[in-house]
Design a protein around this ligand. Structure first.
Ligand code: NAI
Ligand code: SOE
Length: 386
């Protein structure tokens, strides 16, 4: 087997998740880690037994022996890093949101196509086994024609005005926060599972804390500790804490379903409360990230059911996403492994049709996000382009 040489840029929450998941992919060697300082990069490289470390991500780009790059840095860095990697002939796996704007995302889609390289975006959450089960049951017609799509992605880690993270700063995180950061996972999953496209929407956003207290020190994702005393400085906030979106969905351009979703980073008690519910003419299904190994099935004329993840009992195509027998839970880290495995299989075999969220899926989310921003500003319904 030809082994693929890859590098990871960023050693925060996601950098470490990528490094762990990459160890579970058979045909890949991580050969370099890039961080903001050589000391940080060396510490991660020692921990993950990676030979090379650098404090300058351009070292990765300049190394012709590196085939692929994982970009696990804050959003503003995605575009320059992905662009440089494609230009240097490297395959790219970039975290979501793909870029800071649709124009940047479009440029990446075009560059990838021109270079004939593989490109993936980190919408890993669609690869929970029971999300795939819902998708395959929908394809088999178990729910009939989908009428209603609803759900949320709710968190509480930015509830207090003393909570801070780079996602709050539009120069680093982009013009949207809750919707770009977590609402994008909901819409990616909703389109992937239903096979429908969001065609128009009406969105209403709220910034509950127009000023937040920035702690002098760390602001790493999910790093706040209750009650920790911190010295702070007041910072103006323009990105949204909460958004609610009504939407229409089409099938092959024909109007079909209605939907409603919320994205919140201020919902006390909800940690990563992603919920997707679909209801059709024959039945419904509901899945929750916080209980990912269960899929609720709703019936009008029979008792409802809860399916437990068990590859032996699942749809055959969905069970390809479940690597452990029934009773052994699979969770968040496994979704990354499933995505990476498919990405590297496609790099190893250029004849394979990509079977993972691609750059164009990242662009799709940017277009849905643009429409939501425009709708919230205009206080009106907005069309979402294809
Ligand atoms: P984080 O703040 O925990 O880590 C970001 C890391 O990037 C930090 O260690 C920082 O020092 C490093 N970094 C910044 N600029 C850099 C540069 N020029 N060179 C090298 N390293 C640099 O942030 P987190 O949560 O890891 O998020 C990173 C990205 O991953 C974001 O785009 C986020 O949206 C995405 N994400 C995706 C998730 C998923 O489930 N798909 C989950 C969490 C984050
Ligand atoms: C923070 O809101 C975050 O880490 C997001 O950036 C991820 O995409 C989500 O999966 C978990 O929460």
């Amino acid at each position: 087997m030809n082994r693929i040489r890859t590098a990871v840029i960023g050693t925060g929450f996601m950098g470490r998740v990528h490094l762990e998941a990459l160890r579970r992919v058979e045909n890949v060697d991580v050969v370099e880690i890039a961080a903001t300082s050589i000391d940080k990069a060396r510490a991660a490289a020692e921990g993950f037994n990676v030979l090379n470390a650098t404090g300058d991500w351009m070292d990765v780009i300049r190394d012709p022996s590196i085939d692929a790059v994982h970009i696990a840095t804050p959003n503003a860095e995605h575009f320059p890093m992905a662009k440089a990697a494609f230009e240097a002939g490297k395959h790219v796996l970039c975290e979501k949101p793909l870029a800071m704007s649709s124009a940047e995302a479009q440029a990446l889609v075009e560059l990838q196509a021109a270079k004939g390289l593989r490109g993936a975006v980190g919408h890993n959450l669609r690869y929970y086994p029971m999300v795939q089960q819902m998708r395959r049951m929908r394809e088999a017609g178990s729910f009939g024609d989908i009428l209603v799509v609803q759900g949320t992605y709710s968190q509480d880690w930015l509830l207090y005005d003393t909570d801070w993270n780079w996602r709050i700063d539009p120069k680093v995180g982009g013009p949207s926060r809750a919707m770009a950061d977590i609402g994008s996972h909901f819409f990616d999953m909703a389109e992937h599972v239903t096979g429908l496209k969001v065609s128009s929407l009406c969105s209403d956003w709220q910034t509950f804390w127009p000023v937040r207290q920035l702690a002098k020190g760390s602001g790493e994702t999910f790093s706040a500790r209750p009650g920790a005393a911190r010295s702070t400085v007041g910072m103006e906030v323009v990105t949204e804490d909460f958004g609610a979106t009504l939407f229409h969905m089409t099938k092959n351009g024909k109007d079909q379903a209605r939907g409603a979703m919320t994205a919140s980073q201020v919902s006390a008690g909800r940690k990563n409360g992603l919920v997707l519910e679909i209801y059709g003419t024959k039945g419904g299904a509901s899945w929750r990230q916080e209980q990912p190994n269960e899929l609720w099935l709703g019936h009008r004329d029979a008792p409802n059911q809860v399916l437990l993840k068990d590859p032996a009992l699942m749809d055959a195509k969905a069970s390809a996403f479940a690597d452990f027998p029934g009773g052994h839970a699979e969770g968040y880290p496994d979704t990354h492994k499933q995505l990476f495995r498919r990405f590297y299989a496609a790099i190893a075999d250029p004849s394979l049709t990509p079977d993972y969220p691609q750059m164009r899926d990242g662009l799709r989310q940017m277009k849905i996000l643009d429409a939501q921003m425009a709708s919230n500003t205009a206080r009106a319904w907005v069309e979402v382009p294809e």
